[in-house]
Write a protein that binds this ligand. Sequence first.
Ligand SMILES: [Ca+2]
Ligand SMILES: [Ca+2]
Length: 508
Amino acid sequence: MKTHHAAVPATFALLLAAPAAADEACRAMADLRINDVNMLSAVTVAATEDLPEFCSVRGYIRPAINFEIRLPTEWNGGLYMAGCGGFCGQLLSDAPGFVNAMNHGLRRGYAAATMDGGHWGTSSVDARWAHHDRLAEVDWGDRAVRETAKLAQTVIARFYDADPSPRIFAGCSTGGRQANMLALREPGLFDGILNGAPAMNYTDLVATWMASVVQANTAADGSRIIGPGDVGLIREHVLAQCDAADGLEDGLISNPDDCSVDWSAIACGEGTNAPCLSAAQIDTLVAWTETGAVNSAGERLYPATVPFGSEPFWGLWLTGFEGGGGALVPVFNQNFLQFMAFREDPGEGFTPLDFDFDTHPAELAYMGRIYNADTPDLTAFAEAGGRMITWHGLADAIVPHGKTVDFFERLQSAHGAALDGVNRLFLIPGMDHCGIQPGPGITSAGFDPLTALENWLAGGPAPESMTITRHDAEGNVDWARPVCAWPARAVHDGTGDWRDPASFACAE
Ligand SMILES: [Ca+2]
Ligand SMILES: [Ca+2]
């Protein structure tokens, strides 16, 4: 990619390298007059060990979409925009790592942009901002991303006197929902999209499915049935039954959908002294991992369940931690039901236990039209030349991969083999939601879909595999292997060292 410099008036051309001229070009961005946009500041930020020198442009798109655009002095010609997670609500310009983090692109020389989803919240699981506020809900639904993306492209064109290419969006979880939304509603806005763990049907996932998870783990007296003290036993038992079932004893459950767990060996019986699970706890596990969200007729309301192998991550999502904290799913579910899920907010007082699986799912349709990006039709995105890489951890207990696999099966029915040239799915063994928490698999730091997307956008073939790498606590490579484009899987050759990627090949 070419390197560009900030466009400065001809008078200053001889001073191009001088900091004063670059700073003047930056400060001029604060004076741009753009419809519906209030610029607040534009300042040059000096290079650090972590980041190159950039011009930081901050402001808001009316009424309340706060954004930051970072324009590096040494520009690679592209745009990298990051999505946001959960209910968003904070401008996380310096989010670390790769997930919903614009600096990941800035480090490679992209102009970078991010936004807060169109409202302020105390955290990404706080939805009080949505109480009787349809405009804020529409902004969170898609306008915050779309308008920030358009604004970033305008500001880039003014600053560098060139349009960005390629234009890349990267998001995970809600950021993945935003990725799908862009492909469906604004197919020409980005050339390439990195789509992680997409929460694409927010109403069915965060209202219906999460309510089933919470109800299944709540006893008649309101107490939690499975708590943090039970997870170790469950985890050991699941691993013992599922690790080798994928053909390789490596501490990872690479095909969680192919394993079924018999709980009887750890069920409490008369006179049991060993650690064991009560009948109620086993009922909860069966509801979480097999039954899922169902109505009173037994019909499945969501095509995913808690995957086997996700137990190491249950503290944060499902059960809470020893000593407190965690268990975000009940909080997330309750906030969504109270303030976001229904056309008329039931508000405080409505709890996950009030969710009725026969009547409430149909009442979610109104807000679903605002939030959901679940239509298996990438025709317009393909016609615009779009390329997407979708990735999902196979140990994700809050946005389980089953929905993404179901969506890809529907995409494949709609597009056939042409799907491979537009959107490729990578299912990553042992990975937590968005690769956030360390566990038996890798975190988001252990793979690099951005390079794969860059190569694809530069005219290379659609990616067939990527290498995932696990590092130990000292930072040395523990193991590495290919992860293959769905529906292929990395298959072990039966004899080689499983820590060596050469021992695997992609096969269906
Ligand atoms: Ca509302
Ligand atoms: Ca295994």
